[in-house]
Design a protein around this ligand. Structure first.
Ligand code: XMP
Length: 319
């Protein structure tokens, strides 16, 4: 039987034995795996852990502030926040191919992470949020996009000149075990049980070229959708739900004003393994309410559509 208390003690002992008095660096992404590693390492070695959190400008609404509140303020973990939003938007300027966007975001992320790491003295270890399914996936020599980004997410591609030793405390755990561990370590259940979020973030949910303005509109529309899903007790009944930004304009009327603005698509799916998925049959009244709120509250949006494509043939993300 899986006893969280014992598991934590064992992990803590192992980590202490492994790193001794050394300092450990961790890239925090805001995702479940890296947050749980942070909480676990913090419990084991306290301030010998330094986290670097890169705000890419492609995160969910106010997510950067939330990561800092939870990890730095509440959990008392040492976190360095790097506000790299403008760097990401500049690097993505003029690029509209999805795979190229993924590459640019991944490279940018590693570059910024390395820059920060080099400013820190005396780091001996790099911690990663690798979990058991990642280990299997890598062994299978996958070349799929999830794999590419997993390496970005987990800050793979170890900077050679940093010459750090690798520590991966979650390597033997499945996702549900990681989540239980996170809750036992004091992370908020809301965070630990969040829907998956792709490494490139809003970068692949803004179709075509990424712009700061689009990211702002999308993050706000997405927040309204998620807030209503939670309020209506539908969040946990969908496997993944999010908004997508379509950079095309359509005509609308709000009050007696003509509006010629952007389109937001809502995507919600039910799935077990994310390999196949069915579009979520959310209640019409619910979708109606979300659509009205988005158009009323975000004046750069004139139309909301609901995605009724299942996977296959459509993928879950739009890019
Ligand atoms: P697709 O769109 O391939 O998505 O049906 C399946 C699952 O994978 C996630 N996804 C990604 N995750 N980097 C990631 O870390 C990516 O580039 C990426 N692309 C898709 C997607 O959110 C869904 O959960």
């Amino acid at each position: 039987q899986w006893k969280t208390g014992n598991i934590i003690d064992t992990h803590v002992d192992n980590i202490r034995a492994q790193v001794g008095q050394d300092q450990v660096l961790l890239g925090l992404s805001g995702g479940v795996d890296s947050s749980v590693v942070a909480a676990l390492l913090h419990k084991a070695i306290g301030d010998q852990l330094v986290c670097v959190f890169v705000d890419t400008g492609l995160l969910r609404f106010k997510e950067g502030d939330e990561v800092m509140q939870t990890m730095a303020d509440k959990m008392d973990i040492r976190v360095i926040r790097v506000n790299a939003q403008q760097q990401f938007y500049s690097a993505l300027k003029g690029i509209d191919d999805p795979e190229q966007k993924r590459r640019v975001i991944g490279e940018q992320f590693i570059r910024i992470f390395e820059q920060e790491a080099k400013k820190l003295d005396d780091i001996k270890w790099l911690a990663q949020g690798t979990i058991y399914p990642d280990v299997i996936e890598s062994a299978g020599a996958s070349t799929g996009k999830a794999h590419v980004i997993k390496s970005h997410h987990n800050v793979g591609g170890l900077p050679a000149d940093l010459a750090l030793k690798l520590i991966e405390p979650l390597r033997d755990l499945f996702k549900d075990e990681v989540r239980k561990l996170g809750v036992s370590l004091g992370l908020p259940a809301d965070m630990v049980y969040r829907h998956p979020f792709p490494g490139p973030g809003l970068g692949v949910r803004i179709l075509g070229e990424v712009k700061a303005e689009y990211a702002d509109i999308l993050a706000r529309a997405d927040a309204i959708f998620i807030e209503e899903l939670r309020r209506h007790d539908l969040y946990d009944k969908t496997s993944q739900a999010f908004a997508v930004f379509l950079p095309i304009k359509s005509v609308g009327v709000v009050g007696d004003q003509r509006r010629y603005e952007y389109v937001i698509a809502l995507r919600a799916v039910e799935t077990i393994d994310f390999m196949t998925a069915r579009w979520a049959h959310l209640p019409y009244e619910f979708i109606d309410l979300v659509s009205r709120r988005i158009i009323n509250e975000i004046d750069r949006v004139s139309r909301v559509v609901y995605d009724i494509s299942s996977k296959p043939p459509a993928t879950i993300e739009w890019e």
